[in-house]
Design a protein around this ligand. Structure first.
Ligand code: GCU
Length: 355
């Protein structure tokens, strides 16, 4: 392992030993990831409006799905996107997933809707390309409202994350959703998005990164096998990031952070990291180690962070005792039923015990 930048030392050299100092360190780190990786998150709008366009029964009639037009103002005028909000029929204040999805369909290979509903959760799902296209085009949809011009303007990951926060704004107005138990969840590039969203928006009590890998939950300075690196990701997907990231990715500037610091931005809330045993590109063991590396941020709150072993998790093994849940699912890069079940079990263990 290469030497990592120190999570628990402020830029002025002072060690972070309590929650107050962590607040300062957190602000520094959020600033660094904004300036040099994802770009600064645009300011939240004053008001978010949701208009129900359609309402229908789903999930074997156990649920209602509303198609909602979410609207808000930006400095360049109004932007609107569709949200599909599905909740158990008669739900009152249930834990809710804000799911940033690869596809618009509700019944999706990455979203076992019936199981989720029957487990007592609601899902507010957003199709990521309704926010902005997954390419270098900044001339349409939300990207045209926040174009990527300066070195620190947000890339696409930041725009998808911004939309998840607008869903959280809207959900505060819905009795069906328990706004104190919101979880933001995404897979792969959208797992990176979920982490960045949670880093910026502490209203999410749970942040779920599924196979997020490079620039997500996996360390940059600790890679195994054919894992993706900053260099490789920036060459192919420069538009996910701010322009400044190029300096780091090309080795012209040393990164002042590593990915355990991104994970730590969710402390002291709950962080759920799922890997897949055959997902060499995302690097499961590196994700596990970054969970461990992030844990000191929880410890200053008297919590634990990750409780687990230092050697690689066995296939199928999970660690759920701390505030950081980690599991190494059997199989390939995918957001599977098994992953959802792990996440739901962990969240239930936190929500059911609440007084
Ligand atoms: C590519 C990319 C990864 C990303 C993945 C995905 O493989 O290199 O960083 O996580 O796409 O989003 O599916």
């Amino acid at each position: 392992m290469q030497i990592l930048p120190d999570l628990m030392t402020l830029e002025n050299g002072r060690p972070v030993t309590d929650a107050g100092a962590w607040k300062e360190r957190r602000a520094e780190l959020l600033g660094l990831f904004s300036e040099k990786m994802f770009g600064f998150m645009p300011k939240a709008p004053e008001k978010v409006i949701g208009e129900t366009v359609e309402k229908s029964k789903t999930a074997a009639g156990h649920a209602l799905t509303e198609l909602i037009n979410i609207r808000f103002d930006t400095p360049k005028g109004e932007f609107a996107f569709p949200l599909k909000f599905t909740y158990p029929a008669g739900a009152e204040s249930v834990p809710t997933f804000v799911f940033i999805n690869f596809r618009p369909e509700l019944y999706d290979s990455y979203c076992p809707l019936e199981e989720i509903i029957d487990s007592g959760f609601a899902v507010a799902s957003v199709f990521y390309k309704d926010i902005t296209s997954d390419d270098g085009n900044f001339d349409s949809k939300l990207a045209s409202h926040f174009p990527r011009e300066s070195g620190t303007d947000t890339g696409k990951i930041g725009l998808w994350a911004y939309a998840c926060s607008r869903v959280a704004d809207y959900l505060q107005t819905r009795n069906e959703a328990d706004s104190s138990n919101l979880a933001v969840i995404g897979h792969s590039r959208l797992g990176k998005t979920a982490l960045w969203c949670s880093a910026n928006d502490s209203r999410f009590r749970f942040a779920i990164s599924n196979c997020s890998g490079c620039c997500g939950a996996a360390y940059e300075r600790e890679k195994h096998g054919n894992a993706e690196t900053y260099k490789k990701i920036q060459e192919v997907f420069p538009y996910w990031f701010c322009k400044n990231f190029e300096n780091i990715a090309r080795g012209n500037e040393e990164a002042p952070f590593d990915q355990h610091m991104l994970l730590a931005l969710t402390a002291p809330r709950y962080l759920l990291v799922g890997s897949a045993s055959l997902d060499e590109w995302a690097d499961p063991y590196s994700e596990q180690m970054a969970c461990m590396g992030a844990s000191p941020a929880w410890k200053v709150f008297g919590l634990n962070g990750f409780i687990g072993k230092e050697t690689p998790a066995a296939v199928g093994e999970d660690f759920s005792k701390g505030e950081i849940h980690y599991h190494n699912r059997d199989g390939e890069h995918f957001l599977s039923r098994n992953n959802w079940n792990q996440y739901m079990k962990f969240i239930k263990s936190k929500t059911d015990s609440r007084v």
